[in-house]
Design a protein around this ligand. Structure first.
Ligand code: FES
Length: 326
């Protein structure tokens, strides 16, 4: 196995966000007292997600502290499992399945496209948008070839790819457009192209995947779910109007060519920082001045709904302007 080493450049600190803290507590509570260390893999995963997709050395230390483990023990786990990334990754981590079914169905062409458009395996693209790597079977062989894309929106499979579909997927992701996960050739799940070819006799089958066949002997009866009764308070309460996103003032470049280190805002990692820079956000005072509507617009662009309020970016940015931040 090739060596897996920590990134040379490391941040000074790491702290779990509020949301991640809840998950950390829930995972530790699953194990008996004295056996908390069994939660090391889930905690590393939570830390990685909370740190923009990679594990920094301070993040691993934080995991060790929570579990009463020596840092070296945490490092041993993190360096063993390749799902843990030891260096910053792009906004979108593309994992190309290269195992036999995907290979036979064109994974080599997908890899060639990634190499041409993104660069070498495991190396972040110059614009910070992408990193790609080859992985073993991801369990979607019936929809080969496929890739998994991990980004602020989650971890999603894109299946039944060909060269054109892969190029389009990269174009859409680069432009910040939403792409529906699943088969990219129009078929439903793993049905044949053009739709189902069995169980099409509606006298036997009612056409719905959700309900069992009426004519199957002993088929379980389905009951219509009862509509949830509204409480009097819920009936009276007017629906809360969602904040209409509004574009904030953006800059073409950092003032005097010197951007603030936005990563000092807890909950804002390198991936989100490069996304904000690409939008035209470089300084604490820009973030400190956002209204609710402007924060909603930014969240839409970086696909991190609720993150700004949850991690109190605006308050943190104000504190950093006064020289009070971390
Ligand atoms: S071989 Fe690619 S998903 Fe299984």
């Amino acid at each position: 196995m090739s060596g897996r080493h920590l990134a040379k450049e490391q941040p000074d600190s790491f702290a779990f966000s509020k949301e991640a803290e809840k998950q950390v507590k829930a995972w530790i509570a699953k194990y008996p007292k004295g056996k908390e260390r069994s939660a090391v893999i889930p905690l590393l995963w939570i830390a990685q997600k909370d740190n923009g997709g990679w594990l920094s050395e301070p993040a691993m230390r934080a995991v060790g502290e929570r579990l009463g483990m020596a840092p070296i023990r945490v490092l041993e786990v993190a360096t063993f499992y390749t799902m843990f990334k030891l260096a910053p990754v792009g906004e979108h981590l593309i994992q190309v399945c290269g195992t036999t079914p995907c290979m036979l169905r064109g994974a080599e062409k997908i890899k060639t496209i990634c190499k041409r458009r993104i660069g070498e395996k495991g190396v972040m693209s110059a614009d910070g948008k992408f990193t790609w790597e080859e992985v073993e079977c991801l369990g979607a062989c019936v929809n080969a070839p496929m890739v998994q894309v991990s980004n602020a929106a989650g971890d999603h499979y894109y299946e039944d790819l060909d060269e054109a579909a892969m190029e389009k997927l990269l174009d859409d992701l680069a432009a910040g457009r939403q792409v529906a996960p699943g088969p990219q050739d129009g078929r439903h799940a793993s049905e044949p192209l053009g739709g189902a070819q069995v169980l099409t006799d509606k006298t036997l089958y009612n056409g719905s995947r959700a309900r069992p066949l009426k004519s199957i002997p002993n088929a379980p009866k389905t009951e219509k779910p009862k509509a949830a009764r509204k409480t009097p308070a819920a009936e009276k309460a007017p629906a809360k109007a969602a904040t209409k996103p509004a574009k904030p003032k953006l800059l073409k470049a950092a003032r005097k060519g010197l951007a603030d280190d936005l990563k000092r805002i807890a909950g804002l990692g390198p991936r989100i920082e490069s996304a904000l820079n690409a939008l035209g956000v470089f300084h604490y005072d820009q973030i400190a001045s956002w209204t609710k509507a402007e924060a909603a617009w930014i969240e839409e662009q970086i696909k991190a709904r609720g993150r700004i309020a949850r991690d109190k970016w605006i308050a943190q940015a104000k504190a950093l302007m006064k020289g009070e931040g971390k």
